[in-house]
Design a protein around this ligand. Sequence first.
Ligand code: SF4
Length: 357
Amino acid sequence: MSLARAIEAAEQGCRLERREALALLTEAELTTLGRLALAARRRINPPNRVTYCVDRNINTSNICLSACRFCAFFRPPGHPEGYRLGRRELAQKIQETLELGGTQILMQGGLDPEIGLEETCRTIAYIKDNFSIHVHALSPPEVVHMAQMAGLSIAETLGRLMEAGLDSMPGGGAEILVERVRALISPGKCSAQQWLEVMATAHRLGLNTTATMMFGHIETTEERLEHLFSLRRVQDQSLAAGRGRFTAFIPWTFQPGNTALAEVTPATAVEYLRMLAVSRLVLDNFEHLQASWVTQGAKIAQVSLSFGADDLGSTMIEENVVAAAGVSHRLDAAELQRLAGDMGYQACQRNTFYQLV
Ligand code: SF4
């Protein structure tokens, strides 16, 4: 595959094949990728608008059986720094989020051996009974963990969570959706196949989700592309069925601090921008791409808007997982608006489903 033909396919808005994506990711000039991704973003999203959400990440527990090698957040069962959030603390965090204009909470925990489906349903039902807020919660590894503990199928488990009030599910725990990679960095967690099955099932049941990718550790370039093409395939099927779907794709770079992979050299900002741009080009059936200011900082998040991102994610009134790796960028709504405004965009607050607030 020649690079020129791959560029031509992208310019014409054709669906990219894997070898075309590979040529672009490995050979194209950075500025060419930016030009192509920005054109694709303008075909899909309102050209002058950037969105963001006001929310808080709440981690209900850091106790986890999985011990993923890239994770600085978890503590094994019995560890003195392990915690489980009580109802009062949870309620306080949600109340503060609402008072700051928040519309959703992103709620996740570890694969905690003492928090199963029943307890999780009770927590979600408690939130929905007491607060007017969107519950964007859990992840495929947590759903698989709870299904196994309860002896239920994925569909039964998701059905129970939705009955309790789960509004949508973040695409966490994807890392790289390739079994070789997962066997090396997260052998205790659900497989790539299971991750994709949970998302396909969620969509079939009418639950919207997002998708993520954490790259820049031990994966190859081809494996990054396998991840993107698996997501595109599931999204094709979900859109054809006409119920739930992936609402957004959020790639970010691995942060090695305080992890068992601390020797890995972090991906550069240029690598991040190249991957973001190629993601925009490959994922032609995803409406939104989020910039990751949490891992990249404000300046690169701003540049991301010229490399295919149309959304600045959320204000994350609280964030614990990336912070555990020693990375702590903070931005509030006013700063997100300024970042977008400096690039000539109008920044608008949105809800979880990208409706303007
Ligand atoms: S990434 Fe999630 S599943 Fe893996 S160790 Fe951390 S908390 Fe547990």
